[in-house]
Design a protein around this ligand. Structure first.
Ligand SMILES: N[C@@H](CCC(=O)N[C@@H](CS)C(=O)NCC(=O)O)C(=O)O
Length: 245
């Protein structure tokens, strides 16, 4: 049954869980408005709309109903519009597990690794607005901004190096989901969209993109999302932090 009420996706422009929800809305044929919150005051804005403790995007409003968080949104969307199932019969429970995995530690990499790489190539922050290389004044601003994100996300070199070393095991995990038929099939599941949205971000980092070459992870990102192109070129992270590809 089509949704007749107004649907609004409260988001931040580069957010991968927001992109995952947008892809699910498209799959379900739901018309919606993507509304960007103001970076800096977004925590208060989203909390005012979605209630105490709801400090992150995405949030989805369907008429007066407010749904917060990508997984909750996927699941409610499935109830509201069962067509084009996100959790196909027979594999629904296992898709939910894979989706939850994608909404956890793996999704965090889509935030930590771009900010991690930008620390070494701050002039590339301009790519968010289509600028290949910020000028020196812009780069000064970018450096301050990126340092603030390191503090906000509790980033450290040790943390980033551990994230990078752990990536091959995550790619293997995704390969396992594909072998079990939970992703990378004829039609996307919730796990395809949740995981694919993060892979899309990671593919934009030249240092880590080679780890995904020829994998199910790369396929589900390419099939379900328009790729970003190169955000931070290879050579940002010290070579010894990178696993062999
Ligand atoms: N796992 C949650 C996480 C959402 C999340 O952390 N969103 C980020 C954007 S990718 C956010 O709102 N960051 C702003 C902040 O933490 O202040 C979900 O998928 O809904």
């Amino acid at each position: 049954m089509p949704i007749t009420e107004k649907v609004t996706l409260h988001a931040l422009p580069p957010s991968h869980p927001c992109a995952a929800v947008a892809a699910a809305l498209d799959l379900k044929g739901v018309e919606y408005e993507w509304v960007n919150l103001d970076y800096g005051t977004h925590n208060q804005q989203i909390e005012e709309l979605y209630g105490e403790g709801a400090k992150t995007v995405p949030g989805l409003s369907v008429g007066d109903e407010r749904i917060h968080g990508s997984t909750a949104i996927f699941r409610r969307l499935e109830e509201l519009v069962p067509e084009n199932p996100l959790y196909p019969e027979g594999i629904a429970d296992r898709v939910r597990e894979a989706e939850l995995w994608g909404d956890g530690a793996f999704q965090d990499l889509g935030r930590r690794l771009p900010w991690g790489a930008l620390y070494f190539r701050p002039e590339r922050l301009g790519r968010l607005n289509g600028v290949d290389e910020l000028d020196p004044a812009g780069t000064d601003f970018a450096m301050k901004f990126i340092r603030a994100t390191w503090k906000y996300h509790s980033l450290s070199s040790v943390r980033i190096a551990e994230d990078l070393k752990g990536l091959p095991a995550m790619v293997e995990e995704i390969e396992g989901f594909a072998a079990d038929g939970l992703i990378d099939g004829d039609a996307p599941t919730a796990a395809d969209l949740q995981i694919g949205a993060t892979v899309r971000v990671l593919l934009s980092l030249g240092d880590v993109a080679p780890l995904f070459e020829g994998t199910a992870a790369a396929r589900i990102a390419e099939r379900n999302f328009e790729l970003y192109g190169e955000f931070v070129p290879a050579g940002a992270f010290p070579a010894s932090w990178l696993p062999a590809s």
